[in-house]
Design a protein around this ligand. Structure first.
Ligand SMILES: Cc1cc2nc3c(=O)[nH]c(=O)nc-3n(C[C@H](O)[C@H](O)[C@H](O)COP(=O)(O)OP(=O)(O)OC[C@H]3O[C@@H](n4cnc5c(N)ncnc54)[C@H](O)[C@@H]3O)c2cc1C
Length: 488
């Protein structure tokens, strides 16, 4: 069999789980690689979620979810500065609207303390309203968790990947795992859309496809099904009339409930609901779903500013048949699963990564840690946040910083070009959007989209017709026709 590469560990899946694992692996003197089927990282569940780093009181004591959430939260407090992560530690409130819900909050407090969450506190009505004055005045009280935060999940996955790459790991996008290669029930490698890669270990961090990846190796020990959550995102101007931080209702058995939450960039959203479905691709939003989340948020707040809604979206949770995270060796030697990573998987990612890598390190006691692991990832400067003198200096050095492409978010052409050429750089319109915020404002790319498309074509040296919006099947133009040209 021909192999295009010979690697020690291949991680399948470029979401927050896979990238966190790649970074953890890159601390060792190993050849490690991440393969992602899409043109960019974090286009699966990591792209669309509530973006909360939970404190860890929600999951039952002793579960993988509880253990990795609490540890992950602590690790993010350490990683934030090293990796330049956008996280605001706003704290979260779970609000009770009646006496029965207050009893549930007491249970959550006890569970949280048992899980190891620090500084949880039950607040009465007045203390709750002091934190969130726009809540309904007749609420009963809340559970306050100061260690919770909001983050930018794409930025986190990208920073994990960049850290890994600067420590020698490789990231291959547009590279889909097609078949897991085994011999005598032991991993030999992976067949991908780019060719066969030889590997001793395969880490399955493929999100909604994790059961399919396992089955490629003959491992049918678990199943995954999607559970959709829908959202409405509001313009920044709506935020003052909503909430200051993270507001949950009292949870139900199926989900943490439909929340009202500030994003790390200052917008506000309501959502998500939770509905099981068959289709792993269907991320549509429905009017029934919108009505559900609006009605639910109106239980906590009087004036939901629907006129300021700028977009609706949904995400799919990868729910395992065990109900918990699956972090263990597969039925084939050398296959390790990080599967069923539903909520709080974003919060738990750095701890899941530690656990996966510790598992492999146990099998490979001779693998050694690098002495020169580079933990710090430097972040590109955001032009609009610079002082006027710094902006002038940049414009004098490179005139592209003097050209504003996205007027809503004040993003310059210089930043867009940098975002394309940096480590794990943007290859798509939405890749530029996520790295620079061009297209994230009120007009949602209506004005800057065509200009960004031109810049991508120029910088990547590809025709306009090859520029993708986001995923591998998202071509925006199919044929260039000039007036009078043959339509064939
Ligand atoms: C509605 C909703 C709200 C949530 N809110 C929160 C929250 O507030 N806080 C929190 O902690 N967690 C939250 N979560 C959970 C969190 O988003 C997930 O746990 C996390 O993003 C999972 O990341 P992942 O890397 O495991 O999966 P993904 O991000 O889905 O990554 C898997 C990757 O594998 C790739 N892949 C699949 N098949 C192949 C293949 N054959 N070859 C190569 N690559 C492949 C996919 O393209 C994808 O990029 C929420 C989830 C949802 C849906």
């Amino acid at each position: 069999m021909d192999f295009i590469r010979d690697i020690d560990v291949v991680v399948i899946g470029g979401g927050v789980t896979g990238t966190a694992i790649l970074r953890e692996l890159s601390k060792y003197a190993l050849k490690c690689m991440l393969i992602e089927k899409e043109p960019d990282l974090a286009l699966g569940t990591t792209k669309a979620n509530s973006a909360i780093i939970h404190s860890g009181f929600d999951a039952p004591f002793g579960t993988q979810k509880a253990l990795t959430n609490v540890r992950g939260n602590r690790l993010y407090h350490e990683l934030q500065n090293q990796l330049g992560l956008d996280i605001k530690w706003l704290g979260s409130l779970v609000v009770a609207v009646n006496d029965e819900e207050m009893l549930t909050l007491k249970d959550l407090l006890v569970r949280g303390i048992k899980n190891g969450v620090k500084n949880l506190e039950l607040l009465d009505r007045a203390a709750t309203l002091a934190k969130e004055p726009n809540l309904k005045q007749d609420i009963k009280g809340s559970l306050w968790a100061p260690t919770a935060g909001v983050c930018w999940p794409f930025g986190i996955a990208l920073a994990f990947a960049r850290c890994a790459v600067q420590n020698g790991a490789e990231v291959l996008t547009n590279c889909a795992a097609k078949k897991i290669l085994t011999k005598d029930d032991t991993i030999v490698g992976v067949e991908t859309s780019l060719g066969n890669i030889k590997a001793k270990y395969i880490i399955n961090a493929a999100g909604l496809a994790a059961d399919k990846i396992a089955a490629m190796a003959g491992d049918t020990s678990f199943t995954i099904h999607p559970r959709k959550g829908e959202y409405i995102l509001f313009d920044k101007t709506a935020s003052p009339s909503l909430v200051n931080g993270i507001v949950f209702p009292t949870p139900t058995k199926q989900s943490k409930g439909i929340l009202i939450c500030t994003t790390v960039h200052g917008n506000t959203f309501i959502g998500p609901n939770a509905h099981d479905q068959e289709d792993v691709e269907d991320k549509s939003t429905t009017s029934v779903g919108m009505d559900e989340i609006i009605a639910s948020s109106q239980k906590l707040i009087d004036k939901v500013p629907l006129g300021a809604a700028i977009t609706e979206f949904s995400g799919l949770r990868a729910v395992s048949n065990t109900g918990d995270f699956i972090i263990r060796e597969g039925t084939v030697k050398g296959l390790i699963h990080a599967a069923g990573i539903q909520s709080p998987g974003l919060s738990a990612a750095p701890a899941i990564a530690e656990e996966v890598v510790e598992l492999i390190a146990e099998f490979e006691p001779e693998w050694s840690l690098k002495r020169n692991f580079k933990a710090i990832v430097t972040r590109r400067k955001v032009f609009s946040e610079l002082k006027i003198e710094e902006q002038s200096k940049l414009c004098n050095e490179n005139k592209l910083y003097g050209r504003i492409v996205c007027r809503c978010e004040t993003v310059t052409e210089g930043e867009i070009v940098d975002a394309i050429h940096e480590t794990c750089g943007a290859r798509t319109l939405d890749g530029v959007k996520r790295r620079t915020r061009a297209g994230m404002g009120r007009c949602q790319g209506g004005f800057c989209g065509p200009k960004v498309t031109q810049i991508l074509a120029r910088e990547l040296n590809i025709p306009l017709t090859e520029v993708l919006k986001e995923g591998s099947a998202s071509k925006m133009f199919f044929e260039k026709k000039l007036p009078g040209e043959d339509t064939k």
